[in-house]
Unconditional design. Structure first.
Length: 237
C-alpha cells in the first residue's frame, strides 16, 4: 500500500504483470497468457484493450478485478487516498475495492432467482453506498434509458430475453457509480439503439471522472469511446 499524491491522475497502474494458467486436466501443462503488461488508466478516460481473440484481454480485466491472481508484477488501483495492489491484496481488501471502487460489467447476468430487475439494479447502487432513494432513482433512470420495459421491472430477469438480461446487467454495473469501471464486451449483441445508449452512458461517466477500461467487439463503439488503445498482443507470453 502506498499513499496517493495530489498530482496523481492515474486510477489504475499495471507494471510487468504476467499470467500463466496451469492446466490440471492436461497433466499440469502450463499455458502462458501474458507477460510484462504495463499501462495505466487515468481518471476521466476510457482505455480499450485491443488484440485478437485469445490474446488475454479478458484475463487482464479479471486480474484487475481480482478474479485471477497475477503470477508477477503489480496491479495498483487507487482507493481514495491510497494505492491497493490487487496482485497481493488479501480477499477481504479486494471485496472492499469491489464494493466502493471497482465495477465490473460483462455481457452475462448472474442473479439470485426470483429477485426483480429493479431490486437487482437498486441493490447494486445501495451496496456501493448510495442511500435508498438515490439508489432507486438511479436504477429507474438506467433501466428506462436502456429501454427495459417498465412492465418487466418487477419481474426476475430469468424470464427476460437475452438482450433484456444484458441491459439489466449493464444498468446494474453503472448504477453503483464506481470511480473505476471494467467493461467486458458490454455492447455485444445489442441493437443499434441500445448500443448507442451504452456509448452515451460511458461518455457521461468519463465526464464525471470515472476511469474506464474496456473490451469492445464493435469497431464503431471502440472508435467512439476509446481515448487510447492498448494492444494486449504486444504482451504475449
Amino acid at each position: 500500500m502506498t499513499v496517493v499524491t495530489e498530482a496523481d491522475s492515474d486510477m489504475i497502474r499495471l507494471g510487468d504483470v504476467a499470467k500463466t494458467f496451469l492446466m490440471h486436466l492436461q497433466d499440469g501443462m502450463r499455458l502462458p497468457v501474458v507477460r510484462d503488461v504495463t499501462f495505466e488508466v487515468k481518471a476521466g478516460e476510457c482505455v480499450v484493450l485491443g488484440g485478437p481473440s485469445g490474446a488475454g484481454k479478458s484475463s487482464v480485466l479479471k486480474m484487475i478485478y481480482g478474479n485471477y491472481r497475477a503470477d508477477a508484477g503489480h496491479i495498483l488501483v487507487r482507493d481514495r487516498t491510497e494505492w491497493i495492489d490487487v496482485a497481493s491484496a488479501d480477499p477481504r481488501r479486494i471485496l472492499r475495492l469491489r464494493q466502493f471502487t471497482i465495477g465490473y460489467v460483462s455481457q452475462f447476468l448472474n442473479t439470485i432467482p426470483r429477485v426483480s430487475a429493479l431490486d437487482i439494479v437498486t441493490a447494486a447502487a445501495r451496496h456501493s453506498g448510495l442511500e435508498q432513494v438515490e439508489a432507486l432513482a438511479s436504477a429507474r433512470h438506467l433501466l428506462a434509458r436502456l429501454n427495459v420495459p417498465e412492465r418487466l421491472w418487477s419481474l426476475p430477469p430469468a424470464t427476460f430475453s437475452g438482450g433484456e438480461q444484458q441491459r439489466v446487467n449493464i444498468a446494474r454495473g453503472f448504477a453503483a457509480r464506481h470511480p473505476v469501471l471494467l467493461l467486458d464486451e458490454p455492447t455485444a449483441s445489442l441493437d443499434d439503439k441500445n448500443r448507442a445508449e451504452v456509448v452515451s452512458i460511458i461518455n457521461s461517466r468519463k465526464k464525471q471522472g470515472a476511469a474506464i477500461l474496456g473490451i469492445f467487439h464493435d469497431d464503431d463503439v471502440r472508435a467512439t469511446v476509446a481515448d487510447r488503445i492498448v494492444d494486449i498482443s504486444s504482451f504475449a507470453a
